[in-house]
Design a protein around this ligand. Structure first.
Ligand code: SAH
Length: 375
């Protein structure tokens, strides 16, 4: 008899009692099942873990995001209380680097309150030790729990872990894609027998024209709506960085990553990171519908270059040994290079702001530095 992961045993039971479950529900259980979910029980980051993110590649990433936050603070009139919020802060590395860069601006640094939205107790502990010297810091389960006030909200590789729905086009319409038990110890994909009523009218024209058999993914807008309504009403801006596509389109991007390689998302539920690409057009549309202003998206490489990452790398390289200098050059390349292996074009950056902010550093055409140079 096959040994199931503890979560697969739970999922098998659920399917046996209630029938096939939507991919959305499966993904939600894999990531956040209160006992066996991937993100409630472990630190997935780094060389020893399952994947490496931009802040873990280089300190330059978080530093430049810190300076970007400073440019927003200035643009909204340097308010005396300013909240720096991060969604899904991982090990706290990006926030630590951002705060170090912001120390060169004492009036801003003194006005800061840091808020981290994190559900993972293992990562919360890591964040507490990484950020142990920081005053005015608080942790929250949800963005709704953060007190009012102007803010910059940062989210790197956060939206890709929010569960997606997958829809399959058939002659009869768009059907929800499901996960079922094949009776032979295996989880397999299926489709709901009935189409979802009126689903087609919600679709962008490009997707409506997709052939039979096509898959379309969509994410509920709840989280982006909270972000957009917060910056609209309270002031400030949000910066969302993730891998994904600029235009809504058909395609199956549901994937699992374990030990730095792709694996089957239906194997070992709860033991691998299951994610799907971010649809930036859908995020932008949802934010605009809430009355917030959208900036970008632009490719990560372009964004970081506009904020001056190449100059920053040269400064760091000038201060160190040839070996470390080579590491910095390698990290720079990884963050901005296009194509496979690089994050520069695969990752996109989208900003959402209060309606009156017209220009944001790095998101408009002109080349500009984010502001002060970090130490
Ligand atoms: N931003 C970090 C980590 C990315 S991994 C980095 O770039 O290194 C995704 C992060 O989101 C982790 O910290 C994870 O624990 C957190 N997370 C996942 N689902 C979440 C949810 N529903 N609410 C809040 N945080 C969540």
């Amino acid at each position: 008899m096959t040994e199931f992961s503890p979560l697969q045993s739970e999922i098998n039971k659920l399917i046996q009692s209630s029938g096939p479950m939507p991919v959305w529900r499966y993904m939600e259980l894999c990531l956040t099942h209160p006992q066996y979910g991937y993100y409630v029980s472990r630190d997935p980051l780094g060389r020893e873990g399952d994947f490496t993110t931009a802040p873990e590649v280089s300190q330059m990433f978080g530093e430049l995001l810190g300076l970007w936050a400073a440019s927003v603070w200035k643009a909204i009139g340097s308010p005396p209380l300013f909240r720096l919020i991060e969604l899904g802060p991982g090990r706290g590395t990006m926030m630590a680097d951002a705060l170090r860069a912001l120390r060169v601006l004492p009036p801003l640094y003194q006005s800061l309150c840091v808020h981290l939205v994190e559900i993972n107790p293992v990562l919360r502990d890591k964040q507490k030790s990484t950020l142990s010297g920081v005053r005015n810091i608080a942790w929250h389960d949800r963005i709704d729990d953060i007190p009012d006030g102007p803010a910059v909200i940062l989210a790197n590789e956060f939206f890709d872990v929010l569960p997606i729905h997958q829809m399959v086009k058939r002659e009869t319409g768009w059907h929800e894609r499901t996960v079922e038990f094949d009776g032979n110890d295996r989880l397999v994909f299926g489709t709901a027998p009935e189409p979802t009523p009126h689903f087609e009218v919600l679709l962008p024209p490009l997707v409506r024209a997709a052939p039979v058999g096509a898959i379309f993914e969509w994410r509920p807008d709840a989280e982006i709506m909270k972000v957009a309504s917060r910056v609209r009403d309270q002031g400030g801006a949000a910066l969302i960085i993730d891998y994904g596509h600029l235009r809504s389109d058909a395609g199956d991007t549901f994937q699992a990553i374990a030990r730095h390689s792709f694996s089957d998302p239906l194997k070992n539920p709860g033991q691998t990171d299951v994610t799907a690409h971010v649809d930036f057009q859908a995020l932008a549309r949802a934010a605009e519908d809430m009355g917030a202003r959208v900036h970008g998206p632009v490719a990560q490489g372009e964004f970081l270059k506009r904020l001056g990452i190449e100059t920053r790398a040269l400064t760091l390289m000038g201060k160190t040994t040839p070996e470390v200098s080579e590491d910095i050059a390698g990290a720079l390349k990884r963050l901005i290079a296009e194509g496979r292996g690089g994050m520069g074009s695969m990752f996109k950056v989208l900003a959402i702001s209060e309606p009156d902010l017209t220009l944001l550093a790095g998101l408009s055409e002109e080349k500009q530095d984010a502001g002060a140079a970090p130490p």
